[in-house]
Design a protein around this ligand. Structure first.
Ligand code: HEC
Ligand code: HEC
Length: 416
C-alpha cells in the first residue's frame, strides 16, 4: 500500500472514509522525528563552501588536482602519490593499521571520500582547510617525504600547461643557483633540506611557496569531488519519502532493525549524523592504543592549527574572515585524546578502524561500544557513551545496516 507522508501521519483530513485512529508511528515503525532524522542522513549532491580556496570549484583546477593526486613523481623516490595511501579501489584508504609511506606514520589512514565536509582535517583537526591538509603528507618525512621546491618544479614541468590554464604561466625555476633540487622549511634547521631552504632568497622562497599553495588548492579542488555515491540506504529514504512505507524493499529486516538501534538505544546518531554520518567534531571514546601510551589527539591538533603556516588567517588563505579558527580554544577540557568522528559511508569496506587502526573489524568496534572495557588514559570519556551490552543478534543487525551504506565512488574521483 502506498501512502504519502501526510497520510501516514494520519493528518489527511478530507476523506470520505470513517475516521481512523492516527497511525503513529506509521507502519514502518518510524516516528515523524525519526523520519526527519532519516532525511538528514540522505546523501546529497552538495559541496561545502571553502572561502579559503578561490579555485575550490574551478573545473580546470579540479583536473589539475586529479592529475596531482595520482602523480608519484611528487615524491623524491617516485614511489608515493596521495593515492598510494588513499587508494580508490579501497575507498580511498590503504587497508593497513597505520600508514606506510617513506616511513611508518603514527596513525591510521582515514578515507578522503566526503572529507571536505566539516571545518577540520586530520584525526586531530590540525588543519582547517583541505588544501592546508595536503601540505602535511607532501612534506612529511615519513609519508611522501617531498618538499615544496620539488612540487613547484613538477608543477612547472610535467603539469606546466594544466598549471598555466588555472594560475597563469609558471615562473622559470631552472636557475640551479637560485632553486636547489629539494628545499623546504623544517623544524630542524640542521637537516639538508632546511639548509637549502634558508640559503634561498626571500623572494624566491615566497615564489616557490606560492606555487606550492596553488598546487595544494588544486588538489583540494579535486578532493571535493571525491564523494560516495548513493547507497541502498539512500534509496530506502527516498522510497519512504515517496510514500512507500516498505522503503521500496531496499533494506532487509535485519538492516531496518540495525537502523532502529542506530537511532534509538544505540544512540550512534549522537555523533554519526548528517549525510556522511559524522558531526565533524572530536570525541574521546577511550579506545586503547594498541601500541601503548596515549595520543593527545585534539588538544595538540587545536594548538597546532592556531599557528599553522597555511591556516585560514595566513596570507595564503583567500578567506576574508576565519570565525572557526578565531573562536577555537585549544584548552577546551574535552579535547585531550579526542578524535574526529569518521564517516560511516562505506565503513564496512575500510577496515581496520579508529585513529590508531587497532580494531581489525567491525566486530571489534561493536564489542568496544558494547562493553566500553577500557578507560581513557588521559581526559575523560564522552558522557554520551554508555555500555550498550549488545546481543550477538543486535551486532549482526547493526552490521547489516552499515552494509546498506556501501556505494561505489563517483566516477569523477577515479584516476584520469
Ligand atoms: C603514507 C600514506 C599517506 C599518503 C601518501 C597521503 N596520506 Fe593522507 N592521510 C594519511 C594518514 C595516516 C592520515 C591521518 C593522519 C592524522 O590524522 O594524523 C591522512 C589524512 C588525510 C586527510 C584527512 C581526512 C579527514 O577526514 O580529516 C586527507 C583529506 C588526506 N589525507 C589527503 C591526502 C592527500 C591530498 C595526499 C597527497 C598530497 C595524501 N593524503 C597523502 C596517509 C597518507
Ligand atoms: C560520542 C560520539 C560517538 C558515538 C555515540 C558513537 N561514535 Fe562511533 N566513533 C566516534 C569517534 C570519535 C570515532 C573515532 C574514535 C577514534 O579513532 O578514537 C568513532 C569510530 C567509529 C567507527 C570506526 C570507523 C573508522 O573508519 O575507523 C565505527 C564503525 C563507529 N564509530 C560506529 C559507531 C556505532 C555503530 C555507534 C553506535 C553503537 C557509534 N559509533 C557511536 C564517535 C561516536
Amino acid at each position: 500500500m502506498r501512502l504519502g507522508w501526510i497520510a501516514a501521519l494520519g493528518l489527511a483530513a478530507c476523506t470520505t472514509e470513517a475516521p481512523r485512529p492516527a497511525a503513529r508511528p506509521s507502519s514502518t515503525g518510524w516516528t515523524a522525528d525519526e523520519r526527519a532524522q532519516l532525511t538528514k542522513l540522505r546523501m546529497v549532491d552538495w559541496l561545502a563552501k571553502d572561502p579559503t580556496n578561490s579555485w575550490a570549484d574551478d573545473p580546470k583546477a579540479i583536473a589539475l588536482g586529479r592529475a596531482l593526486f595520482y602523480d608519484k613523481s611528487l615524491s623524491p623516490s617516485g614511489s608515493y602519490a596521495c593515492s598510494s595511501c588513499h587508494d580508490p579501489s579501497k575507498h580511498f584508504t590503504d587497508g593497513l593499521p597505520v600508514a606506510q609511506g617513506v616511513g611508518t606514520a603514527g596513525r591510521h589512514t582515514p578515507t578522503v571520500e566526503g572529507a571536505q565536509h566539516g571545518p577540520w582535517f586530520f584525526w586531530d583537526g590540525r588543519a582547517d582547510s583541505m588544501w592546508a591538509q595536503a601540505s602535511g603528507p607532501l612534506e612529511n618525512p615519513v609519508e611522501m617525504g617531498s618538499d615544496r621546491m620539488r612540487v613547484a618544479r613538477v608543477l612547472s614541468t610535467a603539469h606546466r600547461d594544466a598549471y598555466a590554464a588555472v594560475f597563469g604561466p609558471p615562473p622559470d625555476l631552472t636557475d640551479a643557483a637560485r632553486f636547489p633540487a629539494d628545499a623546504r622549511p623544517d623544524g630542524d634547521a640542521t637537516v639538508p633540506l632546511a639548509i637549502a631552504w634558508s640559503g634561498m632568497a626571500d623572494a624566491d622562497r615566497t615564489l616557490v611557496t606560492g606555487m606550492f599553495v596553488n598546487g595544494l588548492k588544486a588538489i583540494a579542488a579535486f578532493e571535493r569531488t571525491v564523494l560516495p555515491g548513493d547507497a541502498p540506504f539512500d534509496a530506502y529514504v527516498d522510497a519512504l519519502h515517496g510514500g512507500d512505507l516498505t522503503g521500496g524493499g531496499k533494506l532487509d529486516e535485519a538492516a531496518v532493525r540495525g537502523l532502529r538501534l542506530f537511532l534509538r538505544d544505540g544512540n550512534c546518531i549522537a555523533c554519526h549524523h548528517g549525510p556522511l554520518f559524522t558531526d565533524g567534531a572530536f570525541h574521546n571514546l577511550g579506545t586503547p592504543e594498541p601500541r601503548g601510551g596515549f595520543d593527545p589527539g585534539r588538544s595538540v591538533g587545536a594548538s597546532a592549527v592556531k599557528t599553522a603556516e597555511f591556516n585560514c588567517e595566513s596570507g595564503w588563505s583567500d578567506a576574508p574572515d576565519c570565525p572557526e579558527l578565531r573562536y577555537l580554544n585549544p584548552d577546551f577540557l574535552d579535547f585531550p585524546s579526542a578524535f574526529k568522528t569518521p564517516t560511516l559511508r562505506n565503513v564496512t569496506l575500510t577496515a581496520p578502524y579508529m585513529h590508531h587502526g587497532g580494531m581489525k573489524d567491525l566486530d571489534a568496534v561493536l564489542e568496544f561500544y558494547s562493553a566500553l572495557p577500557t578507560q581513557p588514559v588521559v581526559g575523560h570519556r564522552e558522557l554520551t557513551l554508555k555500555p550498550l551490552n549488545l546481543t550477538p543478534a543486535q551486532r549482526e543487525d547493526l552490521k547489516a545496516f552499515l552494509r546498506s551504506l556501501e556505494a561505489p565512488v563517483r566516477p569523477e574521483a577515479l584516476p584520469p
